[in-house]
Design a protein around this ligand. Structure first.
Ligand SMILES: Cc1cc2nc3c(=O)[nH]c(=O)nc-3n(C[C@H](O)[C@H](O)[C@H](O)COP(=O)(O)OP(=O)(O)OC[C@H]3O[C@@H](n4cnc5c(N)ncnc54)[C@H](O)[C@@H]3O)c2cc1C
Length: 543
């Protein structure tokens, strides 16, 4: 028997198709080359938004992984134990190719908008269980780095061919005995993360391999079968592939010190690791480690932006759902003019972020065959990662407030979303690093930057706000480091506007007017004037 009647509290937000309920995503996928994947994404959206999947995501986060460093007799185990819910997500991800589908076996583009379709999956996955996206992302991102070295490096060829299996094999066992493998990345050391040149992990040549000694302060997904790591070979930063097991089946010298106790992303393990005479194989030339691993990092940065767009969408969807149900002062919250302004203004950013991240994914599909798209990918990856990742925590905190007190309570989804939201902005290069990357591109290849910006203005049909933005970006880039964030943000806003125009988004004009010109306040609620209701229905149609 109920203690009292529960009224005015919405039922759980579940059994929603996360693909069809998100018109910005479906529109962008179709506009940017992913139409062939539409039916598969619809089925995927059904799975991702189901009550069962949401419950599994919560289980995986409530039961974080545990490191078994040594066994009861003192022998090293270095094994990480995960909740079955986590393994369920990994198996599903492998079956749907989230760890490999942007590429064809061999490492070339998979075609048919494969990166766009995959990015839609990352968007949806991040809404329900972002932790396991980390190893799926890193495995996928290792492909371009391995592919470029496969011809001259047997180890690269071996690992590349293993990645394309659709079977997840969670066992800690030699890769040659497994039906599927995952790959991670170790760059960040205790004394230097962004400044990788401060890395002092060493690599000593030994036959056809190298012996690695040193540490990594962050190395996520430590149960991966191999890692791309940076180490100094004769004082020159070099990239290596470092397997968990030697090819002869013996355990390699990786010792995990501990797992990080993280704010969010708790279903995923992030380790501190010591390399104790670990055997590894060189990828690329000695001294060109950054140039090799950046191919992996560029791809992971796309996933950061895509994942942040998904997290922002889920936060807003929760807020709209709540506001449609909850009544205050005899009206549904969603009909209160001020709440409409807040939700409508947030919707503009979420729609724009979705369009921008999906357009960026398309440039990864097209870059191999088109120099302009390769320049788009190079120059806009840091800018779009910068802006979309800054956006997600803002949306999460505002959405939390829309749920009132419930928003702050762990039983509701906003608490988990809020803790997850800042991470994409930190890993794979925090905001300043993205802004400085853009600045470096403007210095090294000014004509390419100018051409990309010109292309964005053309895509908006020469819109006056876009032309003004282009001038602002050029001035900010010229001003140097102090204005680099302004340049990155403006460039991302321009790219988002262009993507909305290309995708026929009915609110492209409203976005340009508020974000590139006009009225825009630091907190949401000022910019949706005149279209607030329509925006709310556009970002999440009522069901
Ligand atoms: C949960 C989690 C998992 C991770 N997993 C991995 C992993 O698997 N593999 C891996 O290699 N790393 C991993 N990382 C590390 C992550 O990539 C780094 O933390 C990040 O790149 C920043 O490096 P740092 O921590 O050394 O900070 P620092 O490099 O010290 O940066 C600190 C601050 O200084 C700013 N900054 C840096 N340089 C400049 C400059 N020239 N001018 C102005 N500002 C600057 C940065 O923007 C940042 O705000 C993980 C991190 C987290 C939180």
């Amino acid at each position: 028997m109920a203690t009292y009647d529960t009224t005015n509290q919405p039922p759980p937000f579940e059994n929603i198709n996360l693909y069809t309920a998100n018109p910005s995503l479906t529109r962008a996928v179709a506009a940017f080359g992913g139409a062939a994947g539409g039916a598969a994404l619809k089925a995927y959206g059904e799975w991702a938004g189901s009550a069962a999947t949401i419950a599994s995501g919560r289980l995986a986060n409530a039961n974080p992984p545990r490191l078994i460093g040594v066994d009861q007799r003192g022998n090293r185990r270095d094994e990480v134990m995960f909740h079955p819910a986590y393994h369920g997500f990994m198996a599903h991800g492998f079956a749907h190719g989230v760890h490999c589908s942007g590429y064809a076996p061999g490492g070339g583009p998979a075609g048919d908008g494969a990166q766009v379709v995959r990015s839609a999956r990352i968007n949806m996955l991040s809404q329900v269980e972002a932790g396991h996206v980390c190893p799926l992302t890193m495995t996928h991102a290792a492909i371009p780095a391995l592919a470029d070295e496969a011809a001259g490096t047997p180890a690269a060829e071996r690992w590349l061919s293993r990645i394309f299996s659709r079977e997840y094999d969670a066992r800690l066992a030699p890769a040659a005995t497994k039906t599927g493998v995952s790959l991670g990345m170790g760059m960040t050391e205790n004394q230097g993360g962004t400044d990788v040149r401060a890395n002092d992990t060493s690599a000593r040549k030994a036959g056809d391999a190298y012996v690695i000694d040193g540490q990594k302060w962050f190395m996520s997904a430590p149960m991966c079968d191999a890692f791309l790591v940076l180490a100094q070979a004769q004082g020159r930063l070099t990239c290596f592939i470092l397997p968990r097991f030697d090819e002869d089946g013996r355990r390699n010298g990786l010792e995990f010190q501990r797992l990080k106790d993280k704010l969010g992303n708790r279903s995923n393990a992030s380790s501190e690791v010591v390399f104790n005479s670990a055997r590894a194989f060189r990828l690329g030339e000695e001294g060109r480690g950054v140039q090799t691993i950046i191919k992996m990092v560029t791809q992971t940065r796309l996933d950061c932006a895509t994942s942040a767009a998904g997290i922002a969408y889920q936060a807003l969807a929760q807020a709209i759902y709540h506001a449609r149900y909850r009544h205050v002062f005899q009206k549904a919250l969603v009909d209160q003019p001020l709440m409409q302004s807040v939700l409508g203004d947030m919707a503009l950013d979420v729609m724009a972020a979705t369009a921008a991240a999906t357009r960026l994914a398309a440039s990864f599909d097209r870059a191999a065959a088109n120099e302009a798209e390769a320049a788009y990918r190079r120059i806009l990856t840091p800018a779009i990662k910068y802006w979309v990742c800054k956006l997600a925590p803002r949306i999460a905190v505002e959405a939390m407030e829309c749920l009132g007190g419930n928003g702050y309570i762990e039983d509701f989804p906003l608490a988990l979303i809020y803790r997850e939201a800042p991470l994409n902005g930190i890993w794979e290069g925090p905001g300043n690093v993205m802004a400085l990357d853009l600045l470096r591109a403007a210095f090294r290849e000014p004509e390419a930057v100018e051409a990309v910006i010109g292309g964005l203005v053309t895509a908006t049909n020469g819109h006056a706000a876009a032309r003004q933005a282009a001038a602002d970006i050029a001035a900010a880039l010229k001003a140097g480091e102090g204005q680099a964030r302004l340049a990155a943000e403006r460039l991302a806003l321009l790219a988002a506007f262009a993507a909305m125009v290309e995708a026929d988004d009915p609110f492209a004009e409203a976005f340009a007017q508020s974000r590139l010109g006009g009225k825009y306040a630091a907190s949401y609620g000022a910019a949706a004037e005149g279209h607030a209701e329509a925006l709310i229905d556009a970002v999440m149609p009522p069901v």
